[in-house]
Structures are given as structure tokens and as C-alpha cells.
Design a binder for this molecule. Structure first.
Ligand code: UDX
Length: 377
């Protein structure tokens, strides 16, 4: 939801180097931040790895510089992302030299005001220090994860430990207060379920099969993104259970990738079955779409807990549920009373988020503060 620059903004003659981690859930927010900073007059240079390079044609206003990540892909062009933690550790070593050389070359050409790197690029602080460059990190996960991680890692020493529970309770009360009761709902018959598990998550054939039968059993219309390579041992849909397509017929559509933000903004979408990556969670909130939550790993369980227990705009799918129970749970969110209440709360949260991005709102102000800070460097 970044502002779109229709005219070239007045330059402030400052150059910023941005360095996203090469995964979609990290690339998207970094490019959105880059767009915002570009509208404030900064010149933007994006350093990216040759693995999962961003689509440059969408960003003619930026300068892109590629560095080698030292990763080799398998024959079908994919990496085994089962090992995404391993990949991240690997990249934090393999990119040190190419990144340092690239940064030094850029500095030889013209001054750079600061480096904005993904927080998971751990090595970039020492590179920035060695080049006497300020570094700002972009965390692409929810702010709520910071106190939770800190409590886990630091235990008793953590300042946040005692505040988490209070924070959760406080937010619950505040959010429930503002439910709008007078909204006209879209006719339930039109609603479609959108299903997507982000850009990294993978699942077993058995999980995939349960998902498919859960969808079939819900009897709802759906659009399902199944990324090639996201089912262990399959290229794409080979492990789709026999008879599934015949069972769902015209009700369901499976695609390899979808323009997610546009899909969520479509009036036919009544619910998002998600793994609760932070981008997916935010995009759903920004469009006022309630969620069915199947968190996998990383920050996702925490995001899902906020969605279901704090903001109450989604239902958690229990891992123990069989496909029949899953189908019933999906149907409830799309057509049931509980789902309708979730939809109302989602709309209310959407309004709050929209307000926070307008002049005087908290997100708007945070970005203004960030720009002021960068200009003060
Ligand atoms: C990862 C982590 O898993 C997530 O928990 C963390 O918060 C960010 O990094 P990922 O799993 O890919 O991200 O999920 P998510 O954060 O939801 O990001 C996926 C992005 O890809 C979203 O912006 C989504 O709009 C986009 N996407 C996904 C599409 O545009 N089309 C698709 O078909 C699928």
C-alpha cells in the first residue's frame, strides 16, 4: 500500500542503498519502503542477489545492482527450501565479499547517506562499520514478535517479559469495542475463499491431500495457489488426490501464483486461508478480509494468535483436525454467524489501518520520522 509516484519527485540529492533478503516476503516490504522513500526525493539503489532477483521492470525509478549469492539451483531451477534456514546462514557468509566490494564501488562513485538492510542480513553491520556508513534495518515481521522473541531468548533478563500478556489483554478490549454493527454484508453466495501459503512454506503429500479434501468438503468456491515445488517430492499437482477435480468442478481453481494484493482486494473474496506470513496477514487486514489460520513456522504462530485471539478476525485450524472438520471450519467462516462477525471486525480493523496511514496517523508519522532521521544523517 505504498503511495504510487506518478511524477518524478523533487530530488533531495541523497542516495540510499537498500538490500533485501531474497525471499518474496522480504523483497515486497523492502521495495514498498523504497517506493515511499523515492516519493520523498531519495535516489534509490537496490543491491540484490542473483538468486530470486526482484522484477526490475516494475521499478524503472530505481537503480538495481546484482551480486552473486554463490548458490546453484537444481535442474528444474528450484532450491530445496526445506533448508531455508540453511540458505539464510549460507547467504550470510557467501554474500560478505560481493556485497562489500559492491558497496565500496558505489561509495567511490558518489556518497551514500545510509544503508537499509533486511534485519536478517546479519553481516551487513560490520561491513557498514568498516565503510563508516550508517545502517538501518528493516524487520519484515510483526512488531509483536520482537517482545516474544526477546522473552524467549533473554528469559528473566528481558524487559518485555511481563508486558506481553498485558499487551494482549489490552488490545483485545480495545479492538472489540469498535465493532461496526451497521455494515451491509456482501451476499454470501458471491464469496470465494482464497488459499495461499506465501513464498517459502512447504508441506507433505498427506498435508496437501488433507487440504484438498478440506476444501472440497467446505463446498465453497475457492482460488488456490499451489507453488510448484511446495509439496515435498512433487513438481506441482501430481499428488492432488484422485477425484478431487471432478468433486469440486467449477467451484475451484488452482494456480501457480496470484497477484495476491489484487485478489484480496476483490469484492468476491470472503476469506483468506493463510499460513500467516506477516505480509499475507497485513495484506488481508488492509483489505478487511477475515482469515483461516494454518501457521507453519517462524513468526507465523504469533501472527496467527493475534489474528484469532486478539483481533478476533480469524479462526485457527487445529493440526489435529481431519479434513471433514477442516471443511466445516472453513464453511463456518464464510457462511456462518461467527464468520460474519469476524468480517465486521476485519472491516473495522481495515479502517483503523487506513487511518494510521493518513496524515496524522501513526504509520504516516513513523515514516515522516524515518525520513527526518535519514535527512539528519
Ligand atoms: C517469510 C516468512 O515466512 C514470514 O513469516 C515473514 O513474516 C516474512 O518472510 P513468506 O512465507 O513468503 O515470508 O510469507 P509472506 O510474509 O506472507 O509473504 C509472501 C508475499 O508473497 C506476500 O507479499 C504475498 O502477497 C506474495 N504472494 C504470495 C503473491 O503475490 N502471490 C502468491 O501467489 C503468493
Amino acid at each position: 500500500h505504498e503511495p504510487v509516484a506518478t511524477v518524478e519527485p523533487q530530488s533531495n540529492n541523497r542516495r540510499l542503498v537498500l538490500f533485501p533478503l531474497p525471499f518474496q516476503g522480504h523483497i515486497n516490504p523492502m521495495l514498498q519502503l523504497a517506493n515511499i522513500l523515492h516519493t520523498k526525493g531519495f535516489k534509490i539503489i537496490i543491491i540484490h542477489t542473483d538468486f530470486n532477483s526482484p522484477n526490475q521492470s516494475n521499478y524503472p525509478q530505481f537503480t538495481f545492482v546484482s551480486i552473486s549469492a554463490g548458490l546453484s539451483k537444481s535442474k528444474d531451477g528450484s532450491l530445496n527450501l526445506d533448508t531455508s534456514n540453511y540458505v539464510i546462514n549460507f547467504l550470510n557468509k557467501s554474500c560478505i565479499e560481493p556485497f562489500t566490494v559492491c558497496m565500496a564501488k558505489l561509495l567511490e562513485l558518489e556518497p551514500v547517506t545510509c544503508l537499509i538492510s533486511d534485519a536478517i542480513w546479519h553481516f551487513t553491520q560490520s561491513v557498514a562499520d568498516s565503510l563508516k556508513l550508517k545502517r538501518i534495518v528493516l524487520r519484515t515481521s510483526s512488531m509483536s514478535c520482537i517482545p516474544v522473541y526477546a522473552a524467549f531468548v533473554l528469559g528473566e533478563k528481558s524487559y518485555f517479559k511481563t508486558t506481553i500478556k498485558e499487551e494482549l489483554e489490552l488490545m483485545t478490549e480495545k479492538d472489540i469495542e469498535e465493532i461496526h454493527k451497521d455494515r451491509s454484508e456482501k451476499g454470501n453466495k458471491e464469496l470465494i475463499l482464497y488459499v495461499s501459503f506465501g513464498s517459502i512454506a512447504q508441506m507433505s503429500e498427506a498435508e496437501f491431500s488433507d487440504m484438498a479434501w478440506g476444501l472440497a468438503n467446505s463446498k465453497q468456491r475457492f482460488l488456490w495457489v499451489v507453488r510448484p515445488g511446495s509439496i515435498y517430492g512433487s513438481q506441482w499437482l501430481e499428488s492432488l488426490p484422485k477425484g478431487f477435480m471432478e468433486e469440486v468442478g467449477e467451484r475451484g481453481r488452482i494456480v501457480k501464483w496470484a497477484p495476491q494484493q489484487e485478489v484480496l482486494a476483490h469484492q468476491a473474496i470472503g476469506c483468506f486461508w493463510t499460513h500467516n506470513g506477516w505480509n499475507s496477514t497485513l495484506e488481508s487486514i488492509c483489505e478487511g478480509v477475515p482469515m483461516i489460520c494454518s501457521p507453519c513456522s517462524y513468526d507465523q504462530p504469533i501472527n496467527a494468535r493475534y489474528v484469532t485471539d486478539v483481533w478476533k478476525i480469524g479462526a485457527m485450524l487445529d493440526e489435529e483436525m481431519n479434513w471433514e472438520q477442516t471443511g466445516i471450519a472453513i464453511k463456518k467462516v464464510i457462511t456462518g454467524k461467527e464468520g460474519s462477525e469476524m468480517r465486521q471486525r476485519s472491516k473495522s480493523l481495515q479502517e483503523k489501518v487506513n487511518k494510521s496511514m493518513q496524515k496524522g496517523g501513526s504509520a504516516y508519522q513513523s515514516l515522516e520520522n524515518l525520513v527526518d532521521y535519514i535527512l539528519s544523517i
